[in-house]
Design a protein around this ligand. Structure first.
Ligand SMILES: C[S@@+](CC[C@H](N)C(=O)[O-])C[C@H]1O[C@@H](n2cnc3c(N)ncnc32)[C@H](O)[C@@H]1O
Length: 287
């Protein structure tokens, strides 16, 4: 495969401007796994590069990046002696390198030390950044208010747990007229949760796909994982979005752990993501 030399991730990691500030160390605190930068951040950066001309069309007043689960902007990989840029920094630097800098970057995180660190790192890299501390389902409302009319927005939703992928949060962001989404959808969490889905003591999926219990009341337990996933798709499509083909991400034992899901209203971003995420491996749920 031809290497895109414009990609930020084709180069060695740039130095951290704030080595004294907090780092992301992964869900369990023992280091971020390599598929985060090899797959997730690579796809995000590749999409930003692919969208560079369209995003700077005179149709749009601004290109805005929205990241309500931003982390610290810098991460410690497992078993690595150096650190790497986090997703928001990869996105910002890619937009610069692709000559299509985001006009505004809106970041948020529940953890104040992380959102402050991410803001400091982005500002040091020349980014016009606004930071919001709090739960994503709350901060997105402030972010939406910060978006100027006629902007094109790229939303990156990257929570650790599926239960944080609140439908109400996505619905709020969907009020932006020109918006494209890259979403981390934890397949492993989905499978774990669907095993207990019909037990009312496990309410986690109700936040993700409200109303599924009524719509899927006749579905057998063994069919639930696929049926629930399709139900979530239908709920997102009801907000007037189309999906591109999801990109499965595998761990080192070749188990699918999550999908990067992309949805948009316009056919061009759907096509661009389709080109970016061409994937030979079969997904757990073929869609
Ligand atoms: C997977 S990490 C983010 C990694 C980052 N997006 C990247 O690509 O480098 C998830 C982040 O979500 C934050 N978080 C957890 N619960 C949250 C919530 N309810 N709202 C917003 N952020 C939350 C955590 O503090 C953590 O920094």
């Amino acid at each position: 495969m031809k290497t895109n030399t414009r990609l930020i991730l084709s180069q060695p990691p740039e130095a951290d401007t704030h080595p004294d500030l907090v780092l992301d160390r992964g869900k369990d605190g023992d280091g971020v796994r390599d598929w985060v930068w090899r797959e997730k951040h690579r796809l995000l950066a590749t999409y930003i590069d692919a969208a560079r001309s369209a995003a700077k069309s005179p149709k749009f007043s601004h290109w805005i990046y929205i990241d309500p689960f931003c982390g610290a902007g810098r991460m410690q990989g497992r078993d690595e002696s150096f650190t790497r840029p986090g997703g928001a920094m990869v996105a910002w630097r890619q937009s610069q390198i692709s000559n299509a800098s985001f006009d505004q970057v809106l970041i948020g995180d529940l953890d104040k030390s992380k959102v402050d660190a991410c803001q400091a790192r982005l500002a040091a890299a020349g980014c016009k950044v606004k930071a919001f501390q709090g739960k994503a389902e709350d901060t997105v409302n402030d972010m939406i208010r910060a978006v100027p009319p006629r902007s094109l927005c790229l939303v990156y939703i990257d929570p650790y747990n599926l239960s944080l992928l609140s439908y109400q949060m996505l619905k709020a962001l969907a009020s932006l007229p020109k918006v494209d989404f890259v979403v981390h959808f934890s397949t492993m969490d989905w499978l774990r949760n669907t095993a207990n889905a019909t037990n009312p003591a496990y309410p986690r999926l109700d936040e993700v796909s409200p109303g599924w219990r009524d719509r899927l009341s006749g579905v057998s337990n063994s069919s639930l994982p696929v049926a629930l996933f399709n139900d979530w798709y239908a709920n997102i499509e009801a907000l007037d979005f189309q999906f591109a083909k999801a990109h499965p991400i595998f761990n080192n034992t070749q188990h699918e752990i999550y999908k990067l899901v992309f949805f948009a209203r316009h056919p061009l971003p759907i096509k661009l993501w389709g080109d970016v995420a061409k994937e030979k491996n079969r997904s757990l749920f073929e869609d």
